[in-house]
Design a protein around this ligand. Sequence first.
Ligand SMILES: C=C1C[C@]23C[C@@]1(O)CC[C@H]2[C@@]12CCC[C@@](C)(C(=O)O1)[C@H]2[C@@H]3C(=O)O
Ligand SMILES: O=C(O)CCC(=O)C(=O)O
Ligand SMILES: [Fe+2]
Length: 387
Amino acid sequence: MAIECMITTRRSTQSMAQPPSLKTEHKQDDQKPLVFDASVLRYQTEIPEQFIWPDEEKPCANTPELQVPLIDLGGFLSGNKQAATKASTIVGEACQKHGFFLVVNHGVDNQLIADAHRYMDDFFGFPLSEKQRAQRLLGEHCGYASSFTSRFSSKLPWKETLSFRYSADKSSSSIVQDYLCSKMGEEFKEFGRVYQDYSEAMSTLSIGIMELLGLSLGVDRAHFKEFFEDNDSIMRLNYYPPCQKPDQTLGTGPHCDPTSLTILHQDQVGGLEVFVDDKWHSISPNLNAFVVNIGDTFTALSNGRYKSCLHRAVVNSQTPRKSLAFFLCPRDDKVVKPPNGLVDDTSCPRIYPDFTWPMLLEFTQKHYRADMKTLQVFSNWLQQKSS
Ligand SMILES: C=C1C[C@]23C[C@@]1(O)CC[C@H]2[C@@]12CCC[C@@](C)(C(=O)O1)[C@H]2[C@@H]3C(=O)O
Ligand SMILES: O=C(O)CCC(=O)C(=O)O
Ligand SMILES: [Fe+2]
């Protein structure tokens, strides 16, 4: 049988009181979860109904391409002032419109990017039972997940993911490698090293981009750089197997990233789409570039100036697609609040209350399936709790 059904006895633990009037789409304990075994499902002409998205959310044919600026980081990273002014102006415009831009001459070693893709092919090519050695547990955001079959019962994504924590703290210099080896075994040392190095490169790049964002917002250039210097982030490998009904499903459903900044490297297959001006637009693959987008937490840090935009990923019937996503997050104890320069009691009052990243993460993991309204719903909920 292609789709194996089993009864789960796991119960979700909820340490936070259920936010009133929030309709969660989380799975009930008495429902039988599907198992998403890509090695079988990729050939099936009919797909399980849980993967069939409502008509209004299904992929559209002929999506226009998004005109997204290509930022040459070379000059900025080497300290050229003119290049910094030019780059920050273009980035600022893109972030006010939709929050997406591309970066080239980013300083990340091409061989490291190629290795990170190659090791993904190896990992996701393993039998399901092997990958499940790193199984993501309910309520956690790290580990291997084959779709979200044990979490949700509808609008399931056609993908597998492997996620892990990255910490920029000096005492955690092998956190990625240690985690992957602890789950998969010592023979994954080289695999772990590649993603340790890749995450580190992403952390460095994201801090450079934070300087650029600070400049573009007219705040002290060091402000966001310092805020994220000790980041505690999430690295995710997204693997989208082929699907024989690609027009019925989505690889990643429409969402805004709740995190601060996402740096994505997509392979040459294509599939990333962004919702701008009431339409879905595609972002064409460019192996030399990283796609960067603002997340909800940075929207809050910029006091609403920079947009965290709805995006999704579509799949195809022929070719597996891979993307590597680094989600920059502040250290757990950092209070997310905009710098004084972005707040003015009369002309620019505070839009979102203070929060910490673990509060928003817990909200999306346990109570609310993240979508385009996550930040607003979370913010209303916080304000209502404290009133
Ligand atoms: C499809 C989803 C997975 C995600 C929650 C969401 O509904 C939309 C954003 C996803 C993301 C990306 C960054 C890391 C993560 C833990 C988060 O906070 O938002 C994941 C969520 C997840 O895997 O649960
Ligand atoms: O794979 C992609 O292109 C997008 C993935 C994404 O949006 C995510 O992982 O949050
Ligand atoms: Fe995303």
